[in-house]
Structures are given as C-alpha cells and as structure tokens.
Ligand binder design. Structure first.
Ligand code: ZN
Length: 208
C-alpha cells in the first residue's frame, strides 16, 4: 500500500504541470459514456479506452452484475445509471465483462460461498441467458463471461428510462469483453451473436 500512498501524496505535483486541464474539470462533467464493468483490479476502463478525466462515468460491481430494476428497492447501481442517463445525458452505455472473472467463475463452478454471504446473495442477480452458460473447464471462462455480459445488457433494457431512450434511438448499448491476459477488447456483434475484436483504427495518444 505504501507505494500507492506515496504516489497519491505526489499527485498534486503532476496536476500542476497541466493546470488548465484540471481546472476545467471544476466546471462540470459531460462524460462520453457510462462504462459498467467488474470491480476486478485488472480491469482499468481508462487504460482500455484511453479516457481522460471527465470522459467516462463508471459503475463497477462484483462481476459487472446489475440488479433487476425495482422502483421499490433503490440501489446504488440504479442511482448511478439513472444519473448518467437522465442528468448527464450519456448516450452510450458499455457493459464490459472480462476473462478470468472470479464472480463468473464462481457461478459457473457453483462454488460454495457460505463464507461470503453478501457475495453469494449478490451473484443471484446474475441471471444467465436462457441458453445457459458453459462450464467447459476453460480457466478463462470466456464463453460464460460473454454470455453473462449479454444477460446484463438485457437487464439494462428493463430499466424504464433506458428503454425509453433506446426506443427513441437516443441511446446505444455496447457489450464488450476484455481479455486481461492479452489486452484484447472484443465487442459483441448482434448479427452473428458473437464477440469479435475491434477493427484497428487510428487512435489518439494515450493520456500520460
Ligand atoms: Zn470480474
């Protein structure tokens, strides 16, 4: 932990080199997308996308699971999504699963989670797709994790304020899958119902 503390203590010196960029952030935010992904420490949205401060509104949960929409049971997840869409006017929502996901692995294997009851109960929200997930023994559990992403996309569609915007053509949903061992980002292509690598295009330089 100490290296992290030391870095945080010196971070102010780095912002001093870019005072205008950071001062602008005080004026408000207009993020390009809501990025929903797992809490896994190996998945870093700004690293994957090259996003600078202010460009991504993030929601991270164990296993990038979203709870069912329930107006009687407000959740942090629903509040974050609602704020992104209704207040910030975000027009793109990414759900990004990943390889080697502990949560999806536990679901696929049917692990005994008695010792972590909050995790056990949270994973009941996972709602796998009707076509099921495959416990094929692959340590990367890619098939299961990709199916899991699509299940969360379906769940998002059940959030009424999202459904309204989707119907009006004002919102786009993106299902992504990140391979943590290769750095490859795959995107779901509905016509083929498969995840494929993003075609290479010129990109801007990553933030320093
Ligand atoms: Zn995960």
């Amino acid at each position: 932990m100490q290296p992290l503390i030391d870095y945080a203590r010196s971070f102010r010196q780095q912002t001093a080199a870019r005072p205008e960029e950071f001062a602008r952030l005080a004026e408000g935010q207009a993020p390009q997308a809501l990025f929903i992904t797992c809490s896994d420490s190996r998945v870093i949205p700004s690293l994957i996308t090259g996003a600078r401060p202010g460009e991504l509104f993030e929601l991270r949960t164990a296993g990038n699971i979203l709870p069912p929409y329930d107006p009687e049971q407000p959740t942090g997840e629903a509040a974050t999504i609602e704020y992104a869409v209704e207040i910030l006017g975000v027009r793109d929502v990414v759900v990004c699963g990943h390889s080697h996901c502990g949560a999806v692995g536990a679901l696929v294997r049917g692990d005994d989670l008695t010792a972590v009851p909050a995790v056990r109960d949270w994973l009941t929200h996972a709602a796998p797709r009707a076509d099921g997930t495959k416990a094929d023994g692959d340590p990367a559990i890619a098939d299961a994790a990709q199916s899991h992403v699509l299940a969360q996309i379906l769940r998002l569609r059940s959030y009424p304020y999202l459904a309204r915007r989707l119907d009006a053509g004002q919102l786009r949903l993106h299902a992504w899958f990140y391979e943590i061992h290769t750095g490859t980002v795959l995107a779901h292509r509905p016509p083929a119902d498969t995840f494929v690598a993003h075609p290479a295009r010129p990109v801007r330089a990553a933030p320093p």
